[in-house]
Design a protein around this ligand. Structure first.
Ligand code: KG4
Ligand code: ZN
Length: 334
């Protein structure tokens, strides 16, 4: 019988459940938490409470959409980490309880590996080895992917993540959280050459975004002092220029890594891979360098259980199961 995997993702502020049958993701239900908007960022305590409310309906919907009965599930895959501990606890506890009640195996998944493995959901899959630029609200990594679970982080941020830089910039501009999608929206209407923000000079494949954040803060502060309407009058150009700089920082490092490792299959993953400028920038760079570029479908860019399901399927095939004593990890290396 083809394996039926139920997958749970609850590492941050999205509660998600997915069902995958024989390696095909049949449902991917995502319950977003709008409660954090008023606070300008995710409030961990509130996130875990809302996960608790959302998790059962999300699982029920995922099973219904996939037309699968809970009695037919062969294994439960869940995000073990990294993420917010209180949020992870809800998903891990649910997965354990479900597995215990049905006497089926548990499969632990690393959230960052799952973002990379989202590329194996569709029919257009990269070939090993490939490079994946994983950019989210908490991480910025260049990953050399040698096999499904054999990945090496060759570069990462030394301070803020790319998504954090987007979100902090939007906060400075007075836009609501999460700001990344709004920066994207305004950037489409602006000129990326309007303002020049510095590119940090960091050795190797590592990144740094904290200096950029400070320079944006000072730039806005100084201009608003001269003209109180500066943001309102120039928001599109500011967003286009900030986005352009973040994209160039990311893609310049990716190009260096692709050259050094002599890689032609190059992928994007994580929430920031939903960004239009980054998607277009990668395509352009790929055409110039003869790369095969892989960009996930929108629903598999930001946090989702579909990616946990596909990762779970590949672990299921290996018989790689977790025990009932498994605990979530806020920090979880590859
Ligand atoms: O992977 P993800 O959903 O959650 C984490 O694991 O962090 O990524 C969320 C991040 C946020 O910083 C959000 O602002 C950013 O992804 N993001 C975007 C876009 N959509 C989401 N950033 C830029 N442009 C977008 N269209
Ligand atoms: Zn994520």
């Amino acid at each position: 019988m083809p394996p039926v995997i139920l997958a749970i993702e609850s590492s941050c502020d999205d509660t998600s459940a997915s069902v995958c049958v024989d390696g095909i993701v049949l449902s991917n239900v995502i319950a977003n938490q709008s409660i954090h908007e008023a606070y300008g960022g995710v409030v961990p305590e509130l996130a875990s409470r809302v996960h608790q409310q959302n998790i059962v309906p999300a699982v029920q919907q995922a099973l219904a959409k996939a037309k699968v009965s809970k009695n037919d599930v062969d294994a439960v895959a869940f995000t073990r980490g990294p993420g917010l501990l209180g949020s992870l606890l809800v998903g891990v506890s649910f997965a354990k309880a479900f597995a215990l009640s049905k006497n089926i195996p548990l499969i632990e998944i690393n959230h960052m590996q799952a973002h990379v493995l989202a590329h194996f959901i569709g029919s257009n899959k990269p070939s090993f080895p490939f490079l994946c630029l994983t950019v989210s609200g908490g991480h910025t990594q260049i990953v050399l992917v040698k096999d499904y679970f054999d990945m090496e982080v060759v570069g990462q941020t030394l301070d803020d993540a790319a998504g954090e830089a987007m979100d902090k910039t939007s906060k400075i501009l007075g836009l609501p959280y999460p700001g990344g999608p709004l920066i994207d929206k305004h950037a489409r209407l602006g000129n990326p050459e309007a303002y020049r923000f510095p590119e940090p000079q960091i050795q190797g494949f590592d990144f740094s975004f904290s200096g950029l954040k400070t320079s944006i803060l000072y730039f806005i502060r100084d201009n608003v002092a001269k003209n109180p309407d500066f943001i309102a009058e120039n928001i599109n150009d500011i967003c286009a220029s900030v986005e352009g700089r973040i994209v160039s920082i990311l893609l310049n490092k990716l190009k260096k890594a692709a050259d050094l490792y002599d890689i032609k299959d190059v992928a994007l993953a994580g929430g920031v891979s939903a960004n239009t400028g980054l998607r277009q920038g990668l395509q352009k760079m790929g055409e110039k360098n003869g790369w095969n570029c892989f960009i996930p479908e929108m629903q598999y860019c930001t946090d989702n259980a579909g990616m946990i399901a596909i990762a779970g399927y590949h672990k299921y095939l290996k018989g790689d199961f977790a025990g009932q004593d498994v605990v979530p990890l806020a920090r979880m290396p590859f």
